[in-house]
Design a binder for this molecule. Structure first.
Ligand code: NAP
Length: 289
């Protein structure tokens, strides 16, 4: 199998690259700002460059975890981020259709309002911030363009990554340096080990599936309790984790509070499910990058 991973320098993309290569798939990856020697530069907004890399490499599958994912930046810069997230993703979807490749796009539980999670694929989306609106719009455009796609909604992703941006990486770094960290106790979600997202993505491709799947860890838990669980596994001081409310942060974008996702469709399709936090965190502790 030949695959292209657009956004292979990020958290999900770097693990996808490993999972694909460990299967022996011929795998090419791209970066944008985080320069990586074994990856190719690509700007999503450059339709000519997007078309060129797809037509030259002729992948059967294009994984697209690339996105400008800073939720508050999207809220404050809706037009700029629309060009990257919606127009840029559509560039990839169009080019993938032109060469007959399957597109695997990564969406989010931020397509929901967070009034009544956790959510199934049948629940109606109702985004409450620009990031979520952009995700929903591109989901709909991809679905209209071609049936040969997977849309995988993911959430609260954690794991080892070179850039160390995700919640658990930042939590461990902060607690190791004996500093305090404020964590919201009113954001409920389904923390998901990034290795499992990569594995689920490859398994769904191997099973020749299409359409929308929720791809989330099995536990539903608030962010503060999740932080305490991580501190326990990594033997770090829980006293430095300060529970707060989301409203205390005064962030630009609203967050869906009671969110998280049910992944029953995935479990039934693959006869396999993603790890919960106890298993996921201990896997992290014993498996470094
Ligand atoms: N992480 C989460 O908790 C989470 C939750 C829900 C949904 N998601 C979604 O899942 C996907 C993957 O997330 P992630 O955590 O892996 O994100 P990430 O670590 O921020 O990675 C994003 C990737 O996109 C690339 N990129 C950004 N702007 C680009 C542009 N203009 N042109 C080309 N490439 C560009 C980045 O390249 P450089 O790093 O080289 O600049 C990076 O490789 C995203 O769609 C995100 O919205 C993530």
């Amino acid at each position: 199998m030949k695959v292209l991973i657009i956004g292979a320098s990020g958290l999900v993309g770097s693990h996808l690259l490993r999972a694909c290569r460990s299967r022996g798939w011929d795998s090419i990856g791209t970066y944008h700002k985080f320069v990586q020697p074994n990856l190719t530069f690509l700007e999503l907004q450059d339709i000519a460059a997007v078309r060129s890399i797809l037509s030259l490499s002729q992948p059967e599958v294009v994984f697209l975890p690339a996105y400008l994912s800073n939720v508050d930046y999207c809220e404050l810069h809706p037009d700029e981020t629309y060009q990257i997230n919606v127009v840029g993703s559509l560039n990839v979807a169009t080019a993938a259709k032109e060469i007959g490749a399957k597109l695997v796009f990564y969406s989010s539980d931020y397509v929901f309002d967070g009034e009544n999670g956790s959510y199934t694929e049948q629940d109606p989306p109702a985004p409450i911030c620009v990031y979520g609106q952009q995700k929903l719009e591109i989901e709909q455009k991809i679905a209209q363009l071609d049936d040969n796609h997977l849309i995988l909604r993911i959430t609260v992703v954690y794991g080892w990554e070179q850039q160390g941006k995700n919640f658990v990486s930042r939590l461990i770094k902060t607690l190791e340096s004996n500093q305090t960290i404020k964590v919201p106790q009113d954001q409920i979600g389904s923390p998901t080990l990034v290795n499992d997202i990569a594995e689920a993505s490859c398994r769904l491709v191997e099973a020749n599936t299409t359409g929308l799947f929720h791809v989330a860890g099995v536990d539903l838990i608030d962010r503060y309790q999740f932080a305490l669980a991580a501190a326990k596994v990594f033997e770090l001081s829980p006293e430095n984790i300060i529970p707060v409310l989301t409203s205390d942060f005064q962030q630009a974008a609203r967050r869906p509070l009671t969110a998280g996702m049910k992944s029953d469709r995935l479990a039934q399709t693959l006869n396999w499910q993603l790890r919960g936090i106890a298993e996921g965190l201990s896997f992290l502790k014993t498996n470094l990058l």
